[in-house]
Design a protein around this ligand. Structure first.
Ligand code: PHE
Length: 341
């Protein structure tokens, strides 16, 4: 009997050592101490043991049962720890690894400048009106006092779909569309793409303009000067000065071209301003009475001022960009330099 006990003990220890998964451990343990296990059935054979030996036999079986349980419990503990360890090591994060850098997009320099310009003017009470990019001869020219075959059309030669429909060469049709639909006082800004048959380092066949229009009683060239002085100080340095030069646009009378003191040399003269100290930034003027009348506004009561600026031009001056084409090449390294949020 003694030997049989010893043999079971040894075998249980051996098998407990070999189990390497928690799933099978209980199965194997049950072979020994389960309901029909070997050790349990020893207890059942108690009835065949002579009475005087029953007590010591019972103790031996219980001891064996306890021992076998211990083997498997220890093994269970060991396997559980092992499983946890491997789980932890799989989930471990190496905090010494360098982080993955997320590349964040940036605003295009034209959008940065466009937003700044819009902010500057909306801060002075202007509303935004966007007109169509494809427009008619009437809105692009005739209603702006540029009749058919007028030589001023040459300044803005553009792309025609037919005799009447074209890609707008400027945002000035926005003036007409606004005046036709809105009673004064009018104070609008009309940003958008425009198209011209031009292509070199400072001209692109597609570029962006912002048109400004103010119509009210008593609006004069002085208001234009004050408005543009304020705008220029917001976009360039606060000590930037403006200068009006006489010019000609059929839709404004008088017409001016507006220069600012060069932002690179502050007026001393450098390569950017070609030694003059001044850079031209936009065209403007007092709205021609004919234009007001054609759009149904009484020019004896109301007067207006208008200006049109090129966003590319302002961007190039502001950031010292010498070739307009770099603004459209989508070179990420170039584009990333501007947006410093
Ligand atoms: N439309 C003119 C241009 O494109 C600019 C301009 C707008 C001039 C408004 C005067 C008034 O050149």
């Amino acid at each position: 009997m003694q030997e049989k006990f010893e043999e079971i003990r040894k075998r249980a220890l051996e098998e407990a050592k070999q189990v390497d998964s928690l799933n099978t451990l209980n199965e194997i343990k049950a072979k020994f101490v389960g309901k029909n296990g070997e050790v349990t059935s020893l207890l059942r054979s108690m009835k065949d043991i002579p009475n005087e030996e029953k007590a010591s036999f019972g103790k031996l079986v219980n001891d064996l049962k306890e021992e076998v349980n211990k083997f498997f419990n220890e093994r269970e503990e060991y396997l559980k720890n092992k499983e946890l360890e491997s789980k932890y090591s799989k989930e471990a994060v190496d905090i010494t690894l360098p982080g993955k850098k997320k590349s964040v997009g940036s605003l295009h320099p034209l959008n940065i400048v466009r937003n700044k310009i819009i902010d500057a003017f909306t801060g002075m009470g202007f509303e935004i009106f966007e007109g169509p990019e494809i427009d008619t001869d009437y809105y692009c020219f005739q209603a702006l006092n540029i009749p058919k075959d007028h030589p001023a059309r040459d300044m803005q030669d553009t792309f025609y779909f037919n005799d009447n429909i074209l890609l707008r060469p400027h945002t000035s049709p926005g003036q007409v569309r606004t005046m036709e639909n809105k009673k004064p006082p009018i104070k609008i800004l009309s940003p958008g793409r425009v198209y011209r048959a031009d292509d070199d380092a400072s001209h692109s066949p597609m570029f962006h303009q912002i048109e400004g229009l103010v119509v009210d009683k008593g609006v004069s060239l002085c208001d234009l000067k004050g408005l543009l002085d304020e705008f220029v100080r917001k976009i360039f340095d606060s000590d930037t000065k403006t200068r009006f030069r006489p010019s000609y646009f059929p839709f404004t009378e008088p017409s001016v071209e507006v220069d600012v003191t060069c932002c690179k040399c502050h007026g001393k003269g450098c390569s950017l301003c070609k030694g003059t100290g001044w850079i031209e930034i936009l065209g403007a003027g007092v709205v021609n009475k004919k234009v007001l009348e054609m759009s149904g506004i009484d020019s004896n009561v109301y007067s207006g001022l208008a200006f049109g600026l090129g966003i590319e031009r302002i961007t190039m001056i502001k950031y010292g960009i010498s070739d307009i084409r770099t603004l459209f090449e989508n070179n990420i390294k170039f584009l990333n330099q501007f947006d410093r949020r």
